[in-house]
Ligand binder design. Structure first.
Ligand code: HAX
Length: 433
């Protein structure tokens, strides 16, 4: 398909660029790692090069060099809404080129053709207890699909290293094609009496998820198109992207890599924050019964922080401004649900909390991140099962994760193997200086 040709056309130049850097500047030092950093989650230490996306602390996310407003404006749109087709987004992430509508539609068609989910996937989920978290089911479903890995089978019979990436791309297309059916039916299994729904061939990838959970509202379908763009990638250093990359570096296939990435996304400091954020907003709402005054909310927030808890949806490991993904979702909310009491609460928190967090010197970023609002939007359209929200995040993030993994194989990146120290060695290093 066209994506494969576009990647192939770029590869020799990209590989030569990397080889030149290593040959001519191999000993150039990028960063010194401090004791603070090694004990502080390796924060800020560059560990990886990827051109798929980049997060600038002051500007936020760029996907293949395009800001969020540019991506939303320039990607080909669905005929039935204002927001882009996921097929075009995937084309952009994989090739670095802004697709035409025809190219975006070709990816959508390719996904439809590959969308059938083998029976054993849902059969493996059905015996799980009702209280199993949907992220567990999601990761499990991806792992169950590993039986279908084209790369794993080809590797068994022997393949040229230079060709690995093509099989990874096949696996990526196959996995992503099945995601709307998998994700929607995890929802149905957990919250709609287990009814298994098949995709509607007339709908695009993002809208099909909405259709399969019984939401046919065109505004919700468009929200899902927006949601998918905004959550699709956030450079290579975050927990899920780094995990997938690391696992993929062992030549574990796309399914193994993405299932591992989803396990990282399931953590409350990463993807689970959207679930926590909506639960927190609902708690605040039920505490006050009606929209609090500024003073009431300020005092509530101060008490909450004084109890040592974090407020989900605020702060970021890299960003130092309001997340543009928050801004894009806020604009959607202003258009479709300006009078929703929960949105009014989101607005009031946005007005007050950054000031409060700034006063506590320790928070490096007092501004809202993507998760401060995404749950509220789902809640508005009746998707109220908060524990499902991280699955939605994963649904879209796999577009980015698989792109990183495909390109890592395309560039022939080796097994990742950083070094750990013992406390004695570290103390010895400090003494000897
Ligand atoms: N509320 C209260 N305290 C906060 C805070 C918040 N929203 N954000 C940061 N802090 C605190 C930290 O807990 C830390 O306290 P200690 O020194 O006592 O440990 C201090 O401020 C410094 O933290 P930081 O350097 O500003 O932030 P980190 O890079 O360590 O962590 C986090 C970034 C996103 C994990 C953090 O801001 C947080 O816990 N936020 C709430 C959870 C959240 O919204 N997560 C989603 C982030 C977006 C994402 O990745 N989604 O997938």
């Amino acid at each position: 398909m066209n994506i494969e040709h576009r990647i192939a056309a770029k590869l020799s130049e990209e590989r030569a660029r990397m080889q030149r850097l290593v040959k001519d500047h191999g000993k150039f030092s990028i960063a010194d790692v401090t004791v603070e950093q090694i004990y502080g989650g390796i924060r800020g230490v560059p560990i990886h090069v990827t051109d798929v996306s980049h997060v600038d602390p002051q500007e936020g996310l760029r996907l293949r060099g395009y800001t969020i407003p540019e991506v939303l404006a320039q990607l080909p749109k669905s005929d039935h809404g204002e927001f882009p087709l996921a097929g075009g987004l995937y084309y952009l992430l994989m090739t670095g080129e802004m697709p035409t509508k025809q190219e975006a539609n070709q990816v959508e068609i390719e996904w439809k053709v590959r969308s059938n989910v083998p029976d054993h996937v849902f059969k493996s989920l059905q015996p799980m207890p009702a209280y199993a978290h949907p992220m567990t089911l999601f990761s499990q479903a991806i792992l169950a699909l590993q039986s279908e890995s084209v790369f794993a089978r080809r590797f068994y019979y022997g393949i040229d290293k230079a060709d690995y990436w093509g099989y990874y791309l096949e696996d990526s297309l196959n996995l992503i094609a099945k995601l709307p059916t998998i994700v929607a039916n995890i929802y149905n299994l957990k919250y709609r009496n287990g009814v298994l729904v098949q995709p509607n061939p007339k709908l695009d990838w993002s809208a099909n998820f909405a259709y399969m959970i019984g939401k046919n509202d065109p505004a919700y379908m468009d929200l899902m198109r927006l949601f998918v763009v905004l959550h699709s990638d956030h450079e290579g250093g975050n927990v899920s992207a780094h995990t997938s990359h690391l696992v993929g570096s062992a030549l574990s296939d796309i399914y193994l890599s993405c299932s591992a990435g989803m396990n990282g996304l399931a953590g409350p400091l990463h993807g689970l924050a959207n679930q926590e954020c909506l639960r927190w907003l609902l708690d605040v709402q039920s505490h006050f019964n009606e929209l609090p005054t500024e003073e009431q909310l300020r005092s509530y927030l101060l008490d909450f922080l004084a109890s040592g808890r974090v407020i989900p949806g605020y702060g970021h490991a890299v960003l130092r401004v309001t997340d543009p993904r928050f801004t894009a979702q806020r604009e959607f909310a202003l258009k479709y649900m300006a009078d929703d009491p929960l949105f009014k609460l989101v607005e009031l928190v946005y007005q007050i909390l950054p000031g409060i967090l700034s006063e506590t010197a320790k928070v490096k970023n007092p501004w809202p991140n993507v998760d401060a609002i995404n749950g509220m939007l789902q809640h508005h359209f009746g998707v109220k099962e908060t524990d499902f929200y991280t699955v939605l995040f994963g649904f879209s993030r796999i577009l980015g994760l698989t792109t990183h993994v495909v390109w890592s194989r395309a560039m022939g990146k080796p097994l990742e193997r950083p070094k750990s120290l013992t406390t004695d060695i570290l103390e010895g290093m400090i003494k000897s200086k």
